[in-house]
Design a protein around this ligand. Structure first.
Ligand SMILES: C[S@@+](CC[C@H](N)C(=O)[O-])C[C@H]1O[C@@H](n2cnc3c(N)ncnc32)[C@H](O)[C@@H]1O
Length: 367
């Protein structure tokens, strides 16, 4: 064991060269941004929350919430199925001098833990891989307008390397090209929404992203059959033509009909609520995480499914890639909404079709 720091917390974590499920207690430093944003969501919620951390590992997520968003944490229920994780959670709480009535600790299976609890205003599902097996319990226990946060690290399924696993677990067809992460995220969102709809709840995405090796989404959960119905109306198929790079909602490529790939069903509505992003950004203490949320906040101004990979477009046009800033300048001059995307550092999200984008890129390249 060694003592690490993250945010305002100090904590014991196992010493392991390789991060894996086989660690005595799981801790992945790469997921710091994931925890930064969870803390920021609670800190910026503007209300007292009863919080659940059903898959807590070392307890670092809960400890950070208590130290960094404490006023909003009315209570926090920390759980892990592993007895050694629970021993470590207790030790880490002591290390940070955290105790008192508002903290409870359990050592049981996450579904059992949730179902045997009263309701929560924030539930963070952070499993190994696939989150689907915890969805029903979380959806049952979330309060009206409470937030459910879901992490999915089974990216082989979501991003198209394992399409059969995607069909089995997410009941959808993934895509394997430059849009795979966005499409995977939208497939994961739909999976949560259809499970919520069965309980007459609408899962409204307020902040979602794909980073490193995982998809992540925060949902505001609202009761009501008609609200759930209006979510379901925004589940559609998505087509992508590898020849023309034409893409869009539906199954038909307008231009050539060749090289067509189809993905979905998936969520075609907004991935973000800009106000949530801005207020989370303000509560983020880490500079890199703030920058990451800032990129998404700009991206959230553009409402589209999919983005354009500049290098891929240039390759198809057989031209050298112009500066991204030059393309953006030209798009904005023509009042076309455009922003960089967090999904790719070569990607532009824009309210324009591929033919138009090609024209702008050609012009910028000739400059
Ligand atoms: C990815 S780790 C959680 C990491 C932690 N949330 C963090 O931010 O560092 C998943 C944790 O879930 C626990 N776990 C796995 N299956 C579980 C289950 N069915 N019920 C409760 N805990 C479970 C594991 O012991 C592990 O500690």
């Amino acid at each position: 064991m060694r003592i690490l720091t993250e945010g305002k917390a100090k904590f014991y974590a196992p010493t392991a060269k390789i991060v894996s499920k086989d660690m005595p207690v799981f801790y992945n430093p790469v997921m710091k941004t994931n925890r930064d944003i969870a803390v920021a969501i609670v800190a910026s919620s503007g209300r007292k929350m009863r919080i659940a951390d059903p898959l807590a590992g070392t307890g670092i997520r809960s400890i950070r919430i208590l130290l960094e968003a404490g006023k909003n944490a009315e209570s926090i229920a920390i759980n892990d199925v592993s007895p050694s994780a629970v021993r470590l959670i207790k030790k880490n709480l002591r290390l940070n001098k955290l105790s008192g009535k508002k903290i409870s600790i359990a050592n049981t299976e996450a579904n059992k833990f949730l179902l045997e609890s009263k309701s929560f205003d924030y539930i963070d599902i952070d499993p190994f891989g696939y989150p689907g097996i915890f969805l029903e319990s979380a959806i049952k226990r979330i309060s009206q307008k409470g937030i459910i946060a879901i992490t999915a690290t089974d990216t082989a399924a979501l991003a198209g390397t394992a399409p059969k696993a995607c069909m089995r677990k997410y009941w959808a067809i993934p895509l394997r090209n430059e849009l795979m992460h966005e499409i995977g995220l939208r497939i994961m969102i739909r999976r949560v929404q259809i499970t919520a709809a069965a309980f007459e709840k609408a899962a409204v995405p307020v902040l979602s992203y794909f980073k490193d090796h995982y998809a992540r989404a925060f949902f505001r959960m609202e009761r009501g059959a008609s609200k759930a119905d209006s979510i379901l109306k925004q589940h559609k198929m998505f087509f992508y033509c590898s020849k023309s790079m034409e893409r869009g909602i539906g199954t038909a490529c307008q231009s050539c009909g060749e090289g067509k790939e189809v993905a979905g069903p998936l969520w075609t509505g907004p991935l973000w609520e800009r106000e949530t992003l801005i207020s989370a950004m303000k509560k983020t203490c880490n500079k890199e995480t703030r920058k990451f949320l800032g990129t998404i906040a700009e991206e959230a101004r553009v409402d589209s499914v999919g983005f354009y990979d500049i290098h891929k477009v240039c390759k198809s046009l057989q031209i050298a890639a112009p500066k991204t800033a030059e393309i953006m300048k030209r798009l904005r001059k023509r009042k076309i909404k455009a922003a960089m995307t967090h999904f790719s550092n070569r990607g532009i999200r824009a309210n324009a079709g591929i033919k138009e984008i090609k024209k702008f890129i050609k012009a910028a390249s000739a400059n």
